[in-house]
Design a binder for this molecule. Structure first.
Ligand code: AHG
Ligand code: MN
Ligand code: MN
Length: 335
C-alpha cells in the first residue's frame, strides 16, 4: 500500500528550523480555513434552489457573497490564535488589526480571499491566495511597515484552488507542495510533492481582448509566443480561465506563462502586488520559474500601498526573461 501523508504530518515533518510551532500551526489554520471555504464553495450552486424552496437560505440567514464569506472565515480563524500581529485582505481598504483582547504574534498574513470572483456564479475554478511575512519589530507589532514588505521577505505563501477537486499548494521556501482534499475523510493528502514548472512549456494565458491597449514590446512578445516572429519557438497553446490562481496552477503543472500586462490607460495592470503577485512569484521561484513586472522581479518591488497593482508575468524562466528583453528593447509606438 502506498504511503498516505496528511498535510498536518507533512507540515510538521518539514517545519523550518526557526519555527517554534506558531508558523506550523498558522499553516494548519489556513488548511482548516480552506476546508471551511471549500464546503461553502461546493454548495454555491444549491443556494438558490434550497433558498427558494424554504423562503430563506439553509442556515436561515442572509446569503453572503462567497468572497465576503471567505474573507470572514480566514480572519475569524486567525485573529485570536496569538500567531499573527496584523492581516491585510484584498477585500478591506484598511489593514485588519488583531483585536486588543488577543495576544499579537510574530507573523503577518496577506490574502486574496476569493480570486476569480467573476467565475463564482458560473461554476468555474476559483481560489484563495495567501502570503506570510515575519513581523519586522517584535517590540512594535502590527504596523503598516509589517505589511508593506517586498516579496523577497516572504517566509511562506500558497493558494487553495477550488477546482474539479480542492487543492492546497504551498511553499515555505523548500519547494512547492500540493495537497488534494479527500472530501470523504475531510483531510488534505499529499498529491504533488516538490512541483517544478516543466520545460518545454505548453501554454500562455492572457486576456487578448486588451491587445490594442498593450505597448509594442508586449504585442511583439505575444506574437513571439504565437510563433509569428522570426526567432519564435514552436507556438504555445492559449488557455485563459480568468481566475489567476487557476491559470497559474495549470501553467505550474504544464509549463507556460501567465501575463497581465500594463495597458496604455492602466500602467499598473490589474493584479494586486501584495495579495496576488508576490505570493505567486514566491511559489513560481520555488518551482524553478520566475515572475516579473516586465522589468524586474516581482519579489524585489518595494510596496508603498497595500492595494497597489502591478503588471504581472509568471512562468518558465526563459519565457519571462524573454518578455523583459522585448520590453527593454521597445521603442515608443508612433502616434
Ligand atoms: P479577483 O477576483 O480577486 O478580483 O481577481 C480577479 C483577477 C484575476 O483572478 C484574473 O486573472 C483577472 O482578474 C481577470 O481579469 P480580466 O477579466 O481583466 O482578464
Ligand atoms: Mn484576485
Ligand atoms: Mn479577490
Amino acid at each position: 500500500m502506498s504511503k498516505i501523508t496528511t498535510i498536518e504530518r507533512f507540515i510538521l515533518d518539514n517545519q523550518p528550523q526557526y519555527a517554534r510551532g506558531d508558523f506550523t500551526a498558522l499553516l494548519y489554520d489556513l488548511a482548516l480555513a480552506a476546508k471551511v471555504i471549500a464546503h461553502k464553495v461546493n454548495r454555491a450552486g444549491l443556494v438558490n434552489i434550497l433558498g427558494e424552496a424554504g423562503g430563506v437560505n439553509v442556515q436561515g440567514e442572509d446569503q453572503q457573497k462567497l468572497d465576503v464569506y471567505a474573507d470572514d472565515v480566514i480572519y475569524r480563524l486567525c485573529d485570536h490564535t496569538g500567531r499573527l500581529c496584523i492581516m491585510a485582505s484584498e477585500e478591506h481598504e484598511e489593514l485588519l488589526e488583531i483585536p486588543a483582547r488577543h495576544k499579537k504574534g510574530n507573523y503577518v498574513l496577506v490574502y486574496d480571499p476569493l480570486d476569480g470572483s467573476s467565475n463564482i456564479d458560473v461554476n468555474v475554478s476559483i481560489g484563495t491566495i495567501f502570503g506570510i511575512y515575519r513581523c519586522l519589530d517584535p517590540d512594535n507589532r502590527g504596523r503598516l511597515e509589517d505589511v508593506l514588505q517586498p516579496g523577497r521577505n516572504l517566509i511562506g505563501a500558497g493558494y487553495i484552488l477550488f477546482g474539479s477537486s480542492t487543492m492546497m499548494v504551498y511553499s515555505t521556501g523548500k519547494g512547492v507542495h500540493g495537497f488534494t482534499l479527500d472530501p470523504e475523510i475531510g483531510e488534505f493528502l499529499l498529491s504533488n510533492e516538490d512541483m517544478k514548472v516543466p520545460d518545454p512549456p505548453s501554454y500562455y494565458s492572457v486576456n487578448s481582448s486588451y491587445y490594442s491597449h498593450w505597448s509594442p514590446g508586449v504585442k511583439r512578445f505575444l506574437r513571439w509566443l504565437q510563433g509569428q516572429e522570426a526567432d519564435s519557438p514552436p507556438p504555445l497553446s492559449s488557455r485563459y480561465i480568468g481566475s489567476l490562481v487557476a491559470d497559474f496552477h495549470r501553467n505550474l503543472l504544464r509549463g507556460g506563462i501567465f501575463c497581465y500586462p500594463a495597458e496604455n490607460s492602466k500602467p499598473n495592470g490589474k493584479i494586486r502586488l501584495l495579495y496576488e503577485a508576490a505570493p505567486l512569484a514566491f511559489l513560481m521561484k520555488q518551482a524553478g520559474g520566475y515572475a516579473s513586472d516586465g522589468y524586474q522581479s516581482i519579489l524585489d518591488i518595494e510596496p508603498t500601498d497595500p492595494h497597489q497593482r502591478t503588471p504581472f508575468f509568471a512562468g518558465n524562466l526563459s519565457l519571462v526573461k524573454k518578455v523583459e528583453q522585448f520590453l527593454a528593447a521597445e521603442e515608443p509606438e508612433m502616434a
